[in-house]
Design a binder for this molecule. Structure first.
Ligand code: HEM
Length: 403
């Protein structure tokens, strides 16, 4: 990576497999780089910790989905490979600003407070135990498939009240939408998702239950606090967030421990380190490597580089979390590191709503793995592991282990 004014391709296969090396170069070189995405969108990537945090809290840097579409349109370098993301899935809190954002977030905030989430502990433990009962010590498994995927998916599905008959389809559509699917795949996945969520909502309307989706349907029908499109988008956001993120926390965290046996031994010896260890996994190999898209409405000045108004911006969360100016020995896993300050859950008004749930799931998941499989090891050499092809998410395709 050299100059800040040349448009370059950052998101190469090399980047997908090893973002940390390239991001270290970006941080050293300049506070922000203008790059071209695989689908021909010109955008800025912000890589240093202080700048990343400032961008996430900057009230002039916005997310509104309709305006973002216009900004993206203006920054397409050519129309080939353009990908249309379904409008019906886009009107949620993570694509809103100001009063709309507050209204949408408020509708579900109560269900995600640390206290409410703590009440789910016994159920999350039961799901964890059931999944781990199905495998045995010495067995070779893909830990993602056997454990890291089904755990958070089951939890979020139960919370929302989603039956499990179409879960496999949902996982595939969700994968296409957050990965780098072809324009056709993205369009197909979007349409399938809208139809599926429509059926789900119709079912809740016909058969109300004591679950979050029923409550959201009622907020739409009875009190007009949520429009029908916002309802579909809210269900989409919560389900996708539950599908795409915690899996990577469990996967990346397990890999980090297996690659750092002395840290693994320390955690085995002192389980009170578990909460700080989970935060360190979030920092060390952040499951969400880049923030979602934002756009500037005014020029933003970052240490000598100006991002003009009307530009698409990605904030490098994973990069900020490896910034040596903020974290000592940033490239080392240290589960005793003082917690706090990492950007793994974002920052500002869009700070992850599901953070208490993700933390609870991860603590229970790692406790279960350590308790049951004292000799767990990787089943393949590290260089054979492949990372998923996604700009936003950072997670393995498979994690083969011998339990
Ligand atoms: C390890 C797991 C997770 C990680 C690393 C994670 C990370 C993040 C990040 C980085 C953001 C901010 C994105 C941005 O500003 O561009 C975010 C927002 C959000 N997350 Fe999570 N997340 C996780 C789990 C969950 C879960 C389980 C849910 C449950 C429903 C969830 C729901 C949300 C929602 C609704 C937002 C948008 C909040 C807003 O716009 O106000 N997340 N998450």
């Amino acid at each position: 990576m050299q100059s800040t004014d040349s448009h370059q391709e950052l998101f190469t296969p090399e980047f997908m497999q090893d973002p940390h090396t390239l991001q270290a170069r970006l941080r050293q070189d300049a506070p922000a780089h203008e790059v071209i995405s695989p689908n021909n969108l010109r955008m800025w990537v912000v890589s240093r910790y202080e700048d990343a945090r400032a961008m996430l809290a900057d009230p002039t840097v916005l997310k509104d989905s309709a305006k973002l579409r216009e900004v993206m349109e203006a920054n397409l370098v050519d129309q080939e490979n353009r990908r249309e993301f379904a409008v019906e899935l886009s009107q949620h809190m993570l694509n809103s600003d100001g009063a709309d954002h507050s209204r949408l977030r408020r509708l579900v905030t109560k269900a995600f407070t640390a206290r409410r989430i703590e009440q789910m502990r016994p159920r999350v433990e039961t799901i964890t135990n059931e999944l781990l009962d199905a495998v045995s010590p010495g067995q070779r498994v893909d830990l993602l498939d056997a454990f890291a995927f089904p755990l958070p998916i089951t939890v979020i599905s139960e919370l929302l009240g989603v039956p499990d008959d179409e879960r496999e389809d949902f996982r595939q559509w969700s994968n296409s939408l957050v990965g780098n699917g072809t324009p056709e795949e993205v369009q197909h996945a979007g349409e399938a998702m809208v139809a599926y969520l429509g059926r789900l909502i119709a079912d809740k309307r016909a058969n109300p239950a004591d679950d979050m989706l029923t409550a959201l349907v009622q907020a739409t029908d009875d009190s007009d606090r949520l429009s029908p499109v916002e309802l579909v988008s809210m269900a989409f956001l919560l389900l996708v967030a539950g599908h795409e993120t915690t899996v990577n926390l469990i996967g990346n965290g397990t890999l980090a421990l297996l690659n750092n046996p002395e840290q693994l031994a320390a955690l085995r010896a002192d389980r009170s380190l578990m909460p700080t260890a989970v935060d360190e996994f979030l920092r060390f190999d952040s499951p969400v490597n880049m923030s979602t898209f934002r756009f500037t409405t005014e020029p933003v000045e970052l240490d000598g580089v100006t991002i003009p108004a009307g530009q698409v911006v990605l904030v490098g969360l994973g990069s900020a979390n490896r910034d040596g100016d903020r974290f000592e020995h940033a490239d080392q896993l240290d589960i005793t590191r003082p917690v706090g300050g990492h950007l793994g859950f974002g920052h500002g008004i869009h700070y992850c709503l599901g953070a208490p749930l993700a933390r609870l799931e991860a603590e229970i998941a790692f406790t279960g793995l350590l308790d049951r499989f004292p000799d767990m090891k990787l089943a393949v050499p590290v260089p054979e592991l492949r990372w998923r092809n996604s700009i936003l998410m950072h997670g393995l395709e498979e994690l083969p282990v011998v339990l």
